[in-house]
Design a binder for this molecule. Structure first.
Ligand SMILES: [Zn+2]
Length: 87
């Protein structure tokens, strides 16, 4: 039987004592980001209320949709500014 642990116990202990050390791992949109703890690799994301919440598979799905929409919108706005500068 293999035990499935996401992080070594000492690091988890460190986080529980000193708190997680989150850094931005992915910028989804202008105000939605994903954060990963440098110690235990726990992931957080910004939810629709602007608060931080655990990055569950459901939120990963939402973020990937948001990211796609955001990318498309930014590409479109770039094209627009490009064509207007040509004219
Ligand atoms: Zn942590």
């Amino acid at each position: 039987m293999k035990k499935n642990t996401s992080a070594p116990a000492p690091l988890k202990l460190y986080c529980s004592i000193f708190g997680h050390r989150y850094e931005v791992s992915k910028k989804v949109t202008f105000h939605v980001k994903e954060y990963t703890c440098k110690c235990c690799k726990k992931q957080l994301t910004t939810n629709s209320n602007g608060n931080l919440t655990e990055l569950t598979p459901k939120f990963q799905e939402i973020n990937s949709i948001l990211e796609e929409m955001y990318m498309r919108r930014s590409v479109r706005s770039q094209e627009k500014s490009l064509s207007s500068s040509i004219c």
